[in-house]
Design a protein around this ligand. Structure first.
Ligand code: GLC
Length: 443
């Protein structure tokens, strides 16, 4: 869909989003939010690069090259890279206990990862310079991408189930999502290492995770630090081990992009094709025919984590569901007013938790507010299956939210009012992408 001339208000919105990204810039990377998140985050950087690709491809490439400087020799690309050392943010760099590890890079990083959007961002950049075959940047980054994806499969799916597992809710990118409640409850009463949280300085406590959740997050980091972040030990002993639908959907889509990069670069494709086909069988296991939803799988308890959240819809973005399943996700859930659609108390797409969940809280972090990266993923997913009108409605809602409330971290689905951190980079970047997209060239 070529939308043709960009209207004046759209041009102004792109300008203010670009200004925000310039203000949040710190050397080679972009802070997700200068106050609340002053370091480099993994999937934030990939989303930011997707937006930057539309306005400044050179800066988008710098963003990703800077992220890859945090890659471990094992292949892992960590969820936070602390280029500038300590700041007002907690956990501080030393809290992770990663500095002395043989696999760790020169710059201090966290000890685990985040959803792998990176290959998708590299492919988008390659497309904008005429394809990977013509793009030295794609060629230069391809080995780092392959080694990260190899690590994901080897370290997090050593038994070859086709799906990778996360060891901490923060690896999901949706930190306090209610889909993890049951898996975390099984940990019982925990004693976290001593810590002082600082996340409530810039954001109201009512919009942040509750104290009990924070204790669990810190407890798990403490356990893994004691295991010296050793991949084999972590997989064997992590008390939280979950095959997350959203993480695996992002991974699947990224590996479709990796496959197309490999083809254009004249690289071997067999290994990537193997990952994709094993994942398809894995996703079949996550499908629940009775409810018509996908659920996470708790590897430790060997049971599904039955909770209806935006993650349940994310296989649309992967492009991994049959037409029939896609139809059920959309008609029974996404368009259902009791769950995600506007009406019954909400005005905008897409609450991150089904409105009829007992855990739904419209202003608390990943317990219900709208996050624009999830909207973006689902817009792509809806288009993938031909739901173009529904995708257009969600795109319009996304743009309306930022016009109404600015580029914030998340939005109250009841009225679109702002929540969380101000000046949030991926909200700006992804709106740039949506405003300047041209479906003819879009991938
Ligand atoms: C929060 C989000 C996470 C994001 C980070 C930085 O922790 O849950 O997804 O990467 O902030 O923006």
């Amino acid at each position: 869909m070529n939308r043709g001339v960009v209207a004046e208000w759209q041009r102004q919105l792109v300008e203010s989003a670009s200004r925000l990204l310039a203000e949040n810039r710190s050397g080679g990377f972009t802070r997700p939010s200068s106050g609340q998140y002053p370091h480099q985050w993994n999937w934030d950087s990939a989303f930011i690069a997707i937006g930057l690709a539309r306005i400044d491809a050179g800066r988008a490439r710098d963003e990703l090259l800077t992220l890859v400087r945090g890659q471990w020799s094992s292949g892992m690309i960590p969820h936070i890279v602390y280029h500038g050392g300590a700041s007002s943010y907690f956990p501080s760099p030393d809290f992770w206990g990663t500095d002395e590890l043989a696999a760790a890079p020169a710059v201090t990083t966290s000890g685990f990862t985040q959803p792998p959007i990176l290959a998708t961002a590299v492919r988008k950049l390659a497309e904008s310079s005429g394809g990977a075959g013509q793009d030295p940047f794609a060629r230069a980054l391809f080995p780092a991408l392959m080694s990260w994806h190899r690590w994901l499969h080897a370290a997090r799916d050593p038994d070859g189930s086709g799906l990778v597992a996360i060891i901490h809710p923060w690896e999901s990118g949706t930190d306090n999502s209610p889909r993890f409640v049951t898996a975390l409850e099984r940990l019982g009463a925990v004693t976290p290492p001593p810590y002082l949280r600082k996340d409530q300085h810039f954001v109201a406590p009512a919009e942040r995770p509750v104290a009990g959740d924070y204790d669990l997050f810190m407890y798990l980091i403490g356990r893994y630090r004691d295991l010296a972040w050793d991949d084999a030990l972590l997989y064997r002993e992590a008390p939280f081990l979950v095959q997350d639908v959203l993480f695996n959907s992002v991974l699947y889509r990224a590996e479709r992009d990796l496959l197309s990069l490999a083809r254009e670069l004249g690289e071997e494709t067999g290994e990537i094709e193997g990952w994709l086909s094993a994942a398809r069988a894995g996703f079949d296991r996550l499908w629940d025919e009775a409810s018509g939803l996908y659920f996470d799988w708790d590897v430790r308890a060997a049971e599904p984590l039955v909770e209806n959240t935006c993650a349940s819809l994310s296989p649309l973005y992967a492009g991994v569901c049959t037409e029939g399943r896609a139809q059920r996700l959309v008609s029974e859930h996404l368009l259902n007013e009791e769950e995600y659609a506007p009406g019954a108390g909400s005005r905008y797409f897409l609450p991150t938790v089904s409105k009829n969940s007992l855990h739904f809280e419209p202003r608390r972090y990943w317990r219900g507010p709208i996050w624009l990266n999830i909207n973006w993923l689902l817009i792509k997913g809806l288009r993938e299956y031909g739901f173009t009108e529904e995708a257009e409605v969600m795109r319009n809602h996304t743009i309306e939210l930022v016009r109404r409330s600015g580029f914030v971290e998340y939005y109250d689905p009841r009225d679109g009012s702002p929540c969380g951190a101000a000046n949030f980079s991926w909200s700006a970047a992804l709106v740039i992408d949506l405003l300047l997209e041209d479906e003819v060239q879009d991938v």
